[in-house]
Design a protein around this ligand. Structure first.
Ligand SMILES: N[C@@H](CCC(=O)N[C@@H](CS)C(=O)NCC(=O)O)C(=O)O
Length: 204
């Protein structure tokens, strides 16, 4: 059985939703990020980067990084495009989310990663929030006239959903993003999504 190491409201919510939708039995393992559990020796053996998500596979091997975990789960559970170009587009979005959208938000929540001097934190947070908001607007544009990010529902959708909830957390005017908001409402119609949102006590 696979184990998902996750933290409420974190980017691990994407894999959490996928596992919940899969119908397969898995072990959800909460990691106490506020208490620093991600930096303990035991957890660093699972993910040397000290981050969630991490997945312990059926054979006991750990797998880290959303860019690997989500395609792996998607292929396993039929939530991944099989056609070459559709797959490339899914990878392109996952790359954009992991390498641009997520780090922009990290400037707001974890400015200490980017500067040692606390006097730099306010400007890091302000610029990070502006950049993050601009990415959310781009995402809204991508969703125009679409039900899901790809032609069919895939693991990219729960990942995109995470950033909507982060926009809500940062009190950005999310209702102005009409396509993204309609997508969020479609996501919330999926029973697995509402189960995870309730379990992780996420505001949407
Ligand atoms: N590149 C990683 C980033 C994972 C990441 O930054 N996770 C955050 C939660 S959203 C985390 O574990 N933070 C803990 C910390 O910063 O100490 C991925 O996409 O899987």
């Amino acid at each position: 059985m696979m184990t998902l190491y996750y933290a409420p409201g974190a980017c691990s919510m994407a894999a959490h939703i996928v596992l919940e939708e899969s119908g397969e039995k898995y072990q959800p393992q909460k990691v106490d990020l506020a208490g620093g559990e991600q930096r303990t020796d035991a957890y660093l053996k699972i993910n040397p980067q000290g981050r969630v998500p991490a997945l312990r596979l059926d054979n006991g091997e750990p797998l880290a990084e959303n860019t690997a975990i989500l395609p792996y789960l998607g292929k396993r559970f039929g939530l991944w495009p099989s056609e070459a170009l559709a797959e490339a587009k899914a990878l392109s979005l996952i790359g954009f989310f992991a390498a641009s959208v997520h780090p922009a938000h990290a400037h707001v929540g974890r400015p200490e990663r980017y500067a040692a001097d606390p006097s730099a934190f306010p400007t890091l947070k302000e610029t990070g929030l502006k950049t993050f908001h601009n990415y959310l607007k781009q995402i809204d544009g991508r969703l125009a006239g679409r039900e899901w990010f790809g032609d069919q529902y895939s693991v990219v959708d729960p990942y995109g959903f995470v950033f909507y909830t982060w926009g809500v957390r940062r009190e950005l005017p999310m209702a102005e993003l009409k396509n993204y908001t309609a997508f969020k409402d479609r996501m919330l119609k999926r029973p697995a999504v509402t189960r995870v949102v309730e379990d992780e006590k996420v505001k949407v």
